[in-house]
Design a binder for this molecule. Sequence first.
Ligand code: HXC
Length: 257
Amino acid sequence: TEYTNILVERRGRVGLVTLNRPEALNALDKATMDQLVAAVTAMDEDPGVGAVVITGSAKAFAAGADIKEMASQGYMDMYAADWFRGWEDFTRLRIPVIAAVSGFALGGGCELAMMCDFIIAGDNAKFGQPEINLGVLPGMGGSQRLTRAVGKAKAMDMILTGRFIGAEEAERSGLVSRVVPAENVVEEALKAAEVIASKSKPVAMLAKEAVNAAFETGLAQGVLFERRIFHSLFASEDQKEGMAAFTEKRQPEFTHR
Ligand code: HXC
């Protein structure tokens, strides 16, 4: 596939996708969405890839949906195109995805980071949902995912005022899992992805599914969902290998079966 708006690389079992529209601070236009979803879908389906890192530039992870592309659209244009529908496909991917955020993650950029499984932030990161300044509101899940991530008080504060929060406040609020020096953010995310990619891919995918179930079910249903998956893994080769390796005091060699 010919990608014009992203760079796609492989580092061993890790896939790295870099948003590459520097002239627009990686604003997420339709072409970028389509290419990103296509690239990560290919990795999802590739048994040779165990985890994905998505990053932007030093200055911007992504400064939002593409305002210039949206500005003149009418209601029926948005509805007929089902604008942003492609992001739903992104959230259905089973492979673990880490966002490595340096600089601005605003609007759709913040929402894309939140669609990833976790966020590693550089100490220069700035997160915000400034859509209210444009006369709209978050449209890629921000009002829902930000609220689940940081709670009502901070989500309301950010979405109603449009103010940005820095890396430290983002970590304190539970939006990001780690803050690292900005210049190391991609390297640290690749290291985390490499750790994940060394595990059994189907087990990592099921673990992701189980955590995500916490947002869709009640506690008893969620715990039951987890236990059913847990039981099912005793039909896998990787469970036998993982537990044998522990007993034999050696590293496991997972076959992803
Ligand atoms: C299109 C964008 C863009 C965006 C930046 N650019 N963000 N183009 N869509 N979201 C373009 C600028 O127009 C400019 O192009 C170039 O990128 C560099 O940006 P500058 O503004 O010159 O950079 P700087 O002064 O450093 O300011 C950085 C910034 C600012 C604070 C991040 O660019 C900014 O406020 N951007 C918009 C942030 C935002 O509102 N995001 C939410 C988008 S709406 P030119 O050609 O002039 O050089 C969204 C909503 C989804 O995501 C749901 C709504 C329906």
